[in-house]
Design a protein around this ligand. Sequence first.
Ligand code: IMP
Length: 172
Amino acid sequence: MPELIPVLNKNDIDNMVTRVASKISSDYQDHELILIGVLKGAFVFLSDLVRHLSIPVKLDFIRVCSHGSGVSSSGNIRLTKEIEMDVNNKDVLLVEDIVDTGLTLSYIIDYLKAFNPRTVKVCALIDKHERRNANIKVDYACHKAAEGFLVGYGLDYNENYRNLPCIYHLKL
Ligand code: IMP
């Protein structure tokens, strides 16, 4: 049976989302900000993040598939949902669940740059920096983690556990 070891509880998550939302609100004051959520994993984080922001924002979504199944990124990334909003000359903030190797984000940033946004920055719930394999910067990280596979609060393992309200380390 897989074991779920608690890593971040509801209170930890609320504190870190509040802190990052306050920094984003202050950095983007007087800017027209478009948040682009990376589906599916970021859906819970994004919904909490937007409700903690004190600035007006617009929302869009993008979807890519990078994990076949299992715990490591295949590096084989496929865009399965394009953005729908015009981001030309706009400030864009990509909202991602976990940045691990960084290959997925690097692919998304390259895709977005073709639409000429004014700026593209990255906000991640979890920054797993130790396995970084792409030259990308996580501008806003709620939590930094070492290696280990995390689930819950939108994060999945083979599409399971997304609905859990807290974040766990999955031991297979
Ligand atoms: P990367 O391309 O290696 O940075 O992987 C990014 C994607 O892999 C994330 O958007 C997640 O969907 C998935 N991923 C990486 N690590 C984890 C994890 O610990 N739990 C759940 N999903 C993960």
